[in-house]
Design a protein around this ligand. Structure first.
Ligand SMILES: *Cc1c(COP(=O)(O)O)cnc(C)c1O
Length: 571
């Protein structure tokens, strides 16, 4: 079934040789110009590649080319409008000399691959990490099949299953065709779980029809990101059976993915020897959700160099040289940087954000002297973007005594009605708050916008429903830039919050009602956060340094990848 045409030649980078960790992810955020990501999952995958390149870890990324991207967000009359975001792979990547076929239902679908190379920025042991972008838009394919790798998370259930077949099954075959030796397969979320079926079919069998799950389990590492059952990817057997054909025919294989339906998380759990959640609380929740499975915790991190503003990177270069390779050294920031230096670095980042906002509706009202509350992430109901606006009168009252301003950004999945409604509501609130609390919605949230927001804001806000924020990573980016978090204690913030030292928490540790959380948020803003900002610059600066030295030093992807290497990959 696998056909390679022709064998890799010397004109192409040689991916054979040293055994690699094959990291499979539906989305990988390689750079802002390449729209192959929708949010935190993809950015984490990108930071995984970047840290691996810096640390010299032998990874190879496997993802979809997503030629039409996720989507470009425009705001028309306060509503989200989606446009395809076509990009040209040839501009950034190199076409690899192999095509493999995956039988999807009635037809074989040909899969090609583009090679993007993540270069290490610096560091004593940096090595480039190759990333394969799988592409079905080739002349051999039926017109319908050419679109399979066009739109990230687009289409219906059938389209999604086809994408996951291309990623999981096509990805394994492509690695084989290119001569890559794989030491471990790392499944970043359940989307990649079908790779286990390909492994079972090709090497899990010793002669007879018996499936050798142990042989496959030994090679697979699975990171789960979803703390609710309903969020797990699943497909009916009626859909999956015919589409997967022989790979999914045997009762033993069906059992691994769930009796009633094909549950990708269950399939990955059953065929991975090492499983982890992305924060301690998330691992606990996952263990409760899947009794009998051993779920470890490796808390997420962000790539320090990528997410640190130039002004702070310069300061760190001077006072904690080597911080990019060993972000732990940022622990020294609290003692080595003066208040004046930290304040000046932040002022520069804030000026860059204000410059960006000036061109947007409402942006001219922003005052550099007032604090900016920043909130940006995928717009979806469980993240409760509306919580801050529960009581507009109270917000206005607080602002008359302690002025502040708000900047918001985020895309809603085209079929997420709750998320789309939130964007509409935010635009309504911006009008209602006019003259009292300046509010700007920055359209088309992406890596570039994120970089500006997490460094230019003064306080980074997060208000998810507990325990649904598996980890969250934008707050880690803010911390690296001396921007303290004000967040519900969930995900990483349960580990990162030292009250009044790295930032502040909102409400208690158990899930509260919206009104209770909103009151807690207003109280904290009114009694602690805003008074400190307006009346105690030295106290504020101490929290900024606390964010860098006690959050930034730990919640980075270098620490995260060293843990994956030692605990998961080298087993
Ligand atoms: C970091 C990042 C995210 C993740 O934000 P969370 O707060 O973890 O949800 C999403 N989108 C983009 C563009 C990012 O850079």
């Amino acid at each position: 079934m696998t056909t390679a045409t022709p064998a890799p030649t010397s004109a192409f980078p040689d991916l054979t040789g040293e055994p690699r960790i094959a990291y499979f992810s539906m989305e990988i955020a390689l750079r802002s110009e390449i729209p192959t990501y929708s949010g935190g999952l993809g950015v984490l995958a990108g930071d995984t590649m970047r840290s691996s390149a810096d640390l010299g870890l032998p990874l190879i990324g496997v993802t979809l080319v997503s030629r039409a991207g996720y989507f470009r967000q425009q705001i028309v009359d306060g509503r989200q409008v989606e446009q395809p975001q076509w990009w040209e792979p040839l501009q950034w990547a190199q076409q690899m000399p192999a095509k493999v076929a995956v039988q999807i239902g009635e037809r074989p679908v040909w899969v090609a691959a583009w090679l993007y190379t993540v270069e290490s920025g610096f560091g004593p042991c940096g090595r480039p990490v190759p990333v394969l972008l799988l592409d079905t838009d080739v002349p051999e394919n039926h017109p319908d099949d050419r679109t399979i790798t066009h739109q990230l998370y687009g289409g219906d259930q059938a389209y999604r299953l086809k994408q996951e077949m291309v990623l999981g099954i096509g990805g394994v075959r492509m690695l084989r065709a290119l001569g890559v030796t794989v030491r471990k397969f790392h499944l970043n979320e359940g989307h990649a779980a079908l790779l286990t079926l390909e492994l079972l079919a090709t090497q899990g069998r010793r002669g007879g029809p018996q499936v050798d799950t142990a042989a496959v389990r030994r090679r697979c590492v699975f990171t789960t990101h979803t703390p609710v059952e309903a969020g797990h990817d699943r497909f009916s057997h009626e859909l999956a059976g015919p589409m997967l054909g022989g790979l999914f025919a045997s009762p033993a294989v069906r059992q691994l993915g769930g009796e009633g339906e094909l549950n990708m998380t269950l399939l990955a759990l059953n065929l991975s020897e090492w499983v982890n959640g992305v924060a301690r609380r998330h691992a606990e929740v996952s263990r409760r959700m899947f009794p009998g499975y051993d779920v470890q915790a490796i808390t997420n991190g962000v790539h320090a160099r990528t997410w640190t503003a130039e002004s702070f990177a310069r300061l760190f270069d001077t006072h904690v040289p080597g911080w990019g390779h060993e972000p732990e050294t940022l622990v020294q920031v609290a003692d080595r940087l003066s208040d004046a230096e930290v304040t000046a670095a932040h002022r520069e980042a804030k000026a860059a954000l204000l410059e960006h906002l000036r061109g947007l509706p409402g942006g001219a009202a922003f005052d550099p002297a007032w604090p900016i509350l920043g909130y940006a992430r995928r717009m979806t109901p469980y993240k409760r973007p509306e919580l801050l606006f529960t009581d507009l009168q109270r917000l206005k009252d607080i602002a008359t005594r302690l002025p502040f301003q708000i900047v918001v950004a985020g895309k809603a999945h085209p079929r997420d009605d709750g998320g789309r409604r939130a964007i509409e509501m935010l635009h309504g609130w911006a009008s209602e708050l006019q003259g009292a609390v300046p509010l700007v919605f920055v359209p088309d949230y992406n890596m570039d916008v994120a970089r500006r927001l997490v460094s230019g804001a003064d306080v980074w806000l997060n208000t998810p429903r507990r325990p649904l924020e598996a980890s969250g990573t934008s707050g880690m980016k803010a911390a690296l830039n001396g921007v303290p978090n004000l967040s519900v204690p969930d995900g990483w913030w349960l580990e990162g919050c030292i009250e009044g030292v790295t930032g502040w928490s909102i409400g208690g540790d158990t899930d509260a009602d919206n009104d209770g959380d909103a009151r807690a948020l207003y109280d904290k803003l009114e009694q602690q956060v805003l008074p400190l900002f307006h009346r105690d610059p030295a106290g504020w600066c101490a929290v900024m340094k606390g964010a860098i030295s006690r959050n930034g030093y730990h919640f980075n992807s270098h620490r995260m990848m060293r843990r994956y290497a030692v605990e998961a990959y080298l087993r």
